[in-house]
Each structure stands twice: as structure tokens, then as C-alpha cells.
Design a protein around this ligand. Structure first.
Ligand SMILES: [Zn+2]
Length: 212
């Protein structure tokens, strides 16, 4: 599971069990440093250049604002400019996501560097652990929709990985629940699993055949 919202997070599941040691390490790809520039964006944890700072909804908004100031002409012709009345200061992450969903070239250009960092991180998970399915959820990913997942898949394919599907890494990606209720669904399945544990039959939190 990968969450792309105001931050970036993850959990890895194997046969219904989350891979998380008792000390809680794991699931924190959002705090992996990916941008080593001296002026890399600040993460909300207080460090610079973390994945959560560049690939989250807030990171996408920051990237779009920087790009708008650098290329005002391109910005003026974009759907983002129309959405915020031409003022980059009034731009929102939701508007950037909507721009990606509608294939606005400026919005896609703005989010691509952050998506690339996320894609490389997911490619490492796939290559190192054999993670075979990535459920991509969170408000920003959901709002940006299928074009966002395709972009993520394209960038994952470029990053490479052992035994990627014939159709590229996009085949590994699935959207979360349309209503973004993934957390509630996960809680319910966890409870169901606890109830059935007496039978000692493993119950996947996210059944492979049925999606999230
Ligand atoms: Zn951080």
C-alpha cells in the first residue's frame, strides 16, 4: 500500500500480514531522502529532500508554484492558471491533481520529478522484496486519477526491476478505493481476521484477486 496525500507512506503486506517489526520500523518511505540539493524542500519531519516533501500533494503544489514563477508564459497557458485566476500563490494541490487528471501538460511537467522519485522507490521495493502489487491511495493520487497511475508506471518501468510484467510496471499498480475509504476497509478486514484467527486460516487483508 502506498499513500500519496499530504505526505507519502507505505506498508508492505505478505499473505495478509503487514511486514512491520515490533519496534515500528518500516512503512516510512516518505522519509527517505531523495533530493540531496542544499535547497531541497523541507519535509514536515524537519529534514530536507525527503520523498514525502517532493512526491506528496504538497510537494506537487510546491513544484507547480516554482515552475509557474520560472516559466510564467507556460503557466499562463495552462489549466492550472485558469483554475487559480493566474495567481500561483492561490494554486492548490487539488487544482494540480485536477490538472494531471485532465492531462494538462504544465501540471504533468510539474509533478513528474516527484513521481520519478516515488517510482524509483517503488521499483526498489519490487526488486528487493518482490512486491507484486502496489495499491496507490491517498487524496492526491485519487484526485489525479488514472493519468497519475500511468505516469507512475512509466517512471517505474524506466527505473527497471527484475521480472517486470510484459506491459511494464503499470501492471503492478492499482488504485485505492474510489471513495478513499481504504483505511476503514483495512480496519474491517483486520477485525474479520482477528475473529477468524481461532481457525488459524490466514485471511489476506487485501485479497489478491479482488483489489483493495
Ligand atoms: Zn521526512
Amino acid at each position: 500500500m502506498v499513500t500519496v496525500s499530504s505526505g507519502v507512506g507505505n506498508k508492505v503486506f505478505r499473505r495478509g500480514e503487514v511486514l512491520l517489526p515490533e519496534d515500528g520500523r518500516g512503512g516510512e518511505i516518505g522519509h527517505l531522502r531523495v533530493d540531496f540539493a542544499a535547497d531541497a524542500p523541507w519535509c514536515d519531519c524537519g529534514e530536507r529532500g525527503h520523498l514525502g516533501a517532493v512526491a506528496s500533494g504538497r510537494g506537487a503544489l510546491r513544484a507547480a508554484s516554482v515552475l509557474a514563477r520560472r516559466f510564467p508564459g507556460s503557466f499562463a497557458r495552462s489549466a492550472l492558471s485558469a483554475a487559480c485566476g493566474g495567481d500561483p500563490e492561490r494554486l492548490s494541490a487539488q487544482q494540480v491533481a485536477a490538472g494531471v487528471r485532465s492531462h494538462d501538460a504544465f501540471a504533468v511537467r510539474a509533478v513528474t520529478p516527484g513521481v520519478r522519485h516515488l517510482a524509483r522507490t517503488l521499483a526498489v521495493l519490487h526488486t528487493a522484496l518482490g512486491v507484486g502489487r502496489f495499491i496507490v491511495m491517498g487524496g492526491f493520487a485519487r484526485a489525479a486519477g488514472p493519468p497519475y497511475l500511468r505516469l507512475l508506471g512509466t517512471e517505474m518501468s524506466k527505473a527497471g526491476g527484475f521480472l517486470l510484467p510484459p506491459d511494464g510496471a503499470a501492471g503492478l499498480l492499482r488504485p485505492g478505493a474510489p471513495d478513499d475509504d481504504d483505511g476503514l476497509i483495512g480496519c474491517l478486514r483486520r477485525l474479520e481476521r482477528s475473529e477468524s484467527r481461532r481457525d488459524a486460516v490466514p485471511q489476506p487483508v487485501f485479497p489478491v484477486a479482488d483489489g483493495p
